[in-house]
Write a protein that binds this ligand. Sequence first.
Ligand SMILES: NC(=O)c1ccc[n+]([C@@H]2O[C@H](COP(=O)([O-])OP(=O)(O)OC[C@H]3O[C@@H](n4cnc5c(N)ncnc54)[C@H](OP(=O)(O)O)[C@@H]3O)[C@@H](O)[C@H]2O)c1
Length: 333
Amino acid sequence: MQYRVAIVGATGAVGQELLRVLEQRRFPIRSLRLLASERSVGKTLMFHGEPLPVEVLRPDSFAGIEIAFFSAGGARSKEFVPVAVQAGAIVIDNSSAFRMDPEVPLVIPEINPDALRCHRGIIANPNCSTIIMLMALEPLRRLARIRRIVVSTYQAASGAGAQAMQELLDATHAYLHGEPFEPKVLPHPYAFNLFSHNSPIGDDGYNEEERKMILETRKIWGDSEVAVSPTCVRVPVLRAHCESILAELEIRPPLEAIYEAYRAFAGVRLVDDRVRNYFPMPIEATGQDEVLVGRIRYDSGSPNGVALFACGDQLRKGAALNAVQIAEQLIHA
Ligand SMILES: NC(=O)c1ccc[n+]([C@@H]2O[C@H](COP(=O)([O-])OP(=O)(O)OC[C@H]3O[C@@H](n4cnc5c(N)ncnc54)[C@H](OP(=O)(O)O)[C@@H]3O)[C@@H](O)[C@H]2O)c1
């Protein structure tokens, strides 16, 4: 069976990665409709060697569509996801608009595929930092319950979209040539700098990205008790987020069992060579489907703590790949 598919936000960083992932995984597509804003009128994007026109997103864009991937921001999702569902499409939404809606499954296929069973037309793709963290922790969680997570992120420009990636390139060029540069997309100078994540901060001192990691972890794990202490930071890396993670478990599994669990878990690759001081790096995670995990060690400051360092391409596993894997689960169910 082949499906009539739409991508909303096809010209964006996630949208373009969706095109690549659908092509590479040979997703069974009968027709593909590419949707974006008025700004993209006249553009074409290549799919399986053919140019496809980009159309303007409108309420009637979803006639005949069976699967719609949304990655055009929360406001577009709030407005058009119900329209797409009404037209008969199943929507996989990359924005945060529906993630915490109790009626909407929030799914990482390797972790909570059963949640897909109760969807009502919308499935939410989790936040990219959350996906990478939970993929990196899943082998440990299969050995013992995780009670608490302390995580610091090192987030790439791509997480803020195609324009932020361009701003990092432009700012770096200007810096190297001694030219003035006024940031337009991100709030602070980005070249040779880093700053606290550029999402709004609440009264409790946590920014929105950190809050997503806390709440989404509880929902995906179905564990309202798990404590998550995140600090999210934007670093001048083009693509692929890193995370330094300390997990406190209920018991302390043997180190060999931990390594074995990582070797056995599809979707994660162990990169952990102490002799060569060789561990996960964003440059090696870029374009990869797997989340790289290394620096695995017992925490020196807590009896059942395990520390590790993870790195994943958030445009792939953190967004497009996870969304396509959800669609694959749905069509094979
Ligand atoms: N980047 C990530 O790693 C990541 C990870 C997970 C989730 N997400 C989520 O995915 C979504 C897209 O992120 P992105 O990084 O791909 O952003 P992006 O590169 O800025 O792309 C935004 C896309 O949305 C489209 N768009 C904007 N306004 C529109 C409108 N009024 N009508 C129709 N289309 C409109 C843009 O079309 P034009 O080109 O025509 O402007 C473009 O295709 C966001 O909700 C984001 O939170 C991103």
